[in-house]
Write a protein that binds this ligand. Sequence first.
Ligand SMILES: [Zn+2]
Length: 153
Amino acid sequence: MKLNKTKPPRKHAIWLGAFPKQSQKLNSPALAHRGRRLALAKTMTVRSDSVASRKAAEVDLKNKYRARVKVFLKMPENQFCWCCFWRGVSKVRRATNVHHSHGRGYHLELLLIEYLWIPCCSKCHPEWIHNNIDAARDLGLYAPRGEWNRIPK
Ligand SMILES: [Zn+2]
């Protein structure tokens, strides 16, 4: 006996015949990629999870940073503003913040590298240093050209 391997044509659901306009919409090319869009949505869920964990890691890093800055500014050599000193300001002011001489990094990878930190007063940093980059660079307070936001070699 010979088996007929071809499948009989599949009948459409009855309601497709009853609602021809709606059934046309269902067959539209926009819905043809439904499966792909569902897969994409799943990817996006995963992605948003990793964004959340990245954010959590960033908050963690910044908390660690703030704690380290407190310790850093209490060290005897970091009590006063290095920028005031090197600029020759007549009265060197107390350091209240940290200047990142090479930036913080594009993804904060330089944030905790303390040998790149420079104790500064609120008048020198951020205003003076970041508005006078060339002068700051001459004083050794700013990364050489092309090395901003990069780990120095
Ligand atoms: Zn200063």
